[in-house]
Design a protein around this ligand. Structure first.
Ligand code: SAH
Ligand code: F3S
Length: 434
């Protein structure tokens, strides 16, 4: 009988891809199969996120629960960004943990598995994401890493400390991986990196041809049978005209752009070391919408960064009103170890922080409701990816609306024109018209 792996994945899309890599290696080399039943698992893994404090605090209580519920002799491993930043501290606090594997050390999973109390958290280790056996959670959409680590120094962010310096994966490997995914039936690829449009800045070999992100997109779109390309996350600082033009004119690139604003105040942006101003951000949005009117724009916003005054927060609200984002991910600032901002004084009162977050989120829902009413009756080409309960199948439009319709598995991996019949906040309902 095969051994069983229970894996929980927290955090970003990159963690999801890392988990796929881990599953592939354990399947291929160790004969593991995945299970969703913790109690029958021989190996329990948590792939962690450390971007904000809360999930880190939750890790230890969750580990305690896993330790109680696990079957006799089962091993527990902690992977991902919290593994990178806490290292052997994890085993000190939870001595029943068998190993700790950092976000940049994924390829060492089969090594640490056989050692007792191994801690692999070297952020200079570079082989980790390059060539892996194939495992994909979904056959219809392929996540592909194009770079690892991050060279930016945003003062609030722990990621450069957990994932290390930025290195771009050679374009030939990316194209090969995309081709393989398409040969296996995927029509959509999803390119991943902390800062995708900085692609090409540094390769592990200095001899590698200088290929930037725009050129990578051009090369990938030549793959026959590949219909859609998505990516996350681009950085507003690197959104030059050439990139926006390629985005707008290349029919294979999905018209959905994530533009992490963080703050609408140029002063706060400077303190965050984001490298752009409010004006630059608005200018990029304007350029993008002028060239690509159908684009949907999502964003990340942090409220109550140290030193954020009422007037600074108003600037964020102003950008919200001007841009009318299609989706926002908003957070209260959370001080993180090993970041510059953790030492900043002028901390915002927690109550004010909560008020600002609630205000921002309420405004977002109001703006969204106004916008989404206009979708009624519109027709979108949907790529179906997921079977839902009660006889529905769901997928996404090119501009990233989640749309469901009555149907069964025959629709999976297929494109259909769907007319919107019912509006929802996160998911629309529609009927197939062609
Ligand atoms: N480059 C990545 C950023 C990863 S972190 C990307 O663009 O997706 C994802 C988001 O978490 C950030 O955009 C930011 O909005 C939020 N975040 C990061 N550090 C944070 C902190 N210390 N407190 C609150 N939110 C944070
Ligand atoms: Fe973090 Fe800024 Fe990089 S948000 S991941 S340091 S671009």
């Amino acid at each position: 009988m095969s051994k069983k792996l229970f894996i929980e994945t927290l955090g970003c899309a990159m963690n999801s891809r890392d988990s796929e890599h881990i599953i592939a290696a354990l399947k291929e080399k160790e004969g593991y199969e995945t299970t969703s039943n913790l109690k029958e698992a021989d190996l329990i893994l948590i792939n962690t996120c450390s971007v904000r404090e809360k999930p880190v605090a939750k890790l230890f209580s969750e580990l305690g629960v896993f330790n109680k519920k696990k079957k006799e002799g089962a091993k527990i491993g902690v992977c991902g960004c919290t593994a990178s930043h806490l290292g052997d501290e994890i085993i000190k606090r939870a001595p029943y943990v068998n190993f700790v594997l950092g976000a940049r050390n994924v390829s060492k999973i089969t090594e640490v598995l056989h050692k007792n109390k191994a801690v692999e958290v070297d952020i200079n280790y570079d082989e980790s994401e390059f060539a892996f056996d194939d495992f994909r959670t979904s056959p219809y959409k392929a996540y592909i890493n194009i770079s690892i680590g991050c060279d930016k120094q945003c003062t609030f962010c722990i990621v450069p400390k957990t994932r290390g310096d930025e290195i771009s994966i050679p374009d030939a490997l990316i194209i090969q991986e995309a081709q393989r995914a398409v040969d296996n039936g995927a029509k959509e690829i999803f390119l991943l990196g902390q800062n995708v449009n900085n692609y090409g800045r540094r390769f592990s070999s200095s001899e590698h041809e200088k290929v930037n992100f725009t050129e990578l997109l051009r090369r990938l779109s030549k793959i026959e049978g590949l219909k859609r390309i998505r990516f996350t996350s681009p950085h507003p600082f690197h959104m030059d005209d050439e990139f926006i033009k390629e985005f707008a004119t290349n029919p294979k690139i999905c018209k959905s752009m994530h533009m992490p604003l963080q703050s609408g105040s140029s002063k706060v942006l400077k303190d965050m070391k984001r490298g752009y101003t409010k004006e630059w951000f608005l200018n990029r949005v304007e350029k993008l919408r002028a060239m690509c009117p159908e684009v949907s724009i999502s964003t990340d916003i942090i409220v109550a960064f140290p030193g954020e005054s009422d007037a600074d927060f108003e600037e964020t609200i102003d950008v919200m009103k001007q841009v009318r984002f299609d989706q926002i991910f908003s957070f209260k600032y959370s001080p993180r170890p090993e970041t510059q901002a953790q030492h900043f004084s002028d901390v915002v009162d927690p109550e004010v922080a909560s008020e600002r977050l609630s205000y921002l989120q309420a405004l977002y829902t109001q703006l969204l409701d106004e916008k989404s009413q206009k979708q009624l009756g519109k027709v979108y080409k949907v790529y179906f990816e997921e079977l839902n309960a009660d006889g529905y199948v769901s997928g996404r439009s090119d501009n990233n609306l989640v749309i469901k319709t009555k149907g069964s598995e025959e629709l999976l991996g297929e494109f259909r024109d769907v007319k919107i019949t019912k509006i929802g906040r996160t998911i629309y309902t529609g009927e197939i018209v062609a």
